[in-house]
Design a protein around this ligand. Structure first.
Ligand code: FES
Length: 140
């Protein structure tokens, strides 16, 4: 259970028991908030839409995300190459790396880190599979 802070906003609930016109009871309660750092889960694709060894680009809450099927395991990174903005979802997948279609920079699909330099990277995202549905975890 999340600890409520003293400044947590309150909410008044009104209940009426019995016939219309009977006494209304007001209950003053603290609102329950989901902590802001909890990731949101967004459905992004069907697993059968991405063939093994292939990638695609999906849109999740306004972001372009590149999703790859590496031997039945799904991985996601930002679709936008940090070099000049090409779509990594249309790149070539080889082992754990996708090569950008524009100039060939390579990014690890499990970490987002480029093999050019460890400080060159794109965001990576957790992918969860439930049946044939693929979900992405997005942080704020
Ligand atoms: S845009 Fe990706 S390597 Fe240049």
């Amino acid at each position: 259970m999340t600890d409520l802070q003293p400044n947590t906003p309150c909410l008044t609930l009104k209940y009426q028991f019995g016939e219309p016109g009977s006494e209304v009871i007001s209950v003053h309660v603290r609102r329950f908030f989901v902590p802001f750092d909890m990731p949101r889960t967004v459905k992004i694709a069907k697993s059968y839409d991405i063939e093994p060894g292939e990638g695609t680009t999906v849109f999740a809450e306004g972001q372009r995300i590149a999703v790859f099927n590496s031997g039945g395991e799904f991985h996601a990174i930002s679709d936008t190459c940090v070099h000049a903005g090409a779509s990594l979802g249309t790149g070539w997948l080889q082992d754990d790396y996708v090569a950008c279609p524009l100039h060939g920079w390579r990014f690890n699909i499990k970490t987002g880190v480029s093999d050019i330099h460890k400080n060159i990277c794109v965001d990576r995202f957790e992918v969860h599979q439930s049946g044939t549905d693929l979900f992405l975890s997005l942080d704020d």
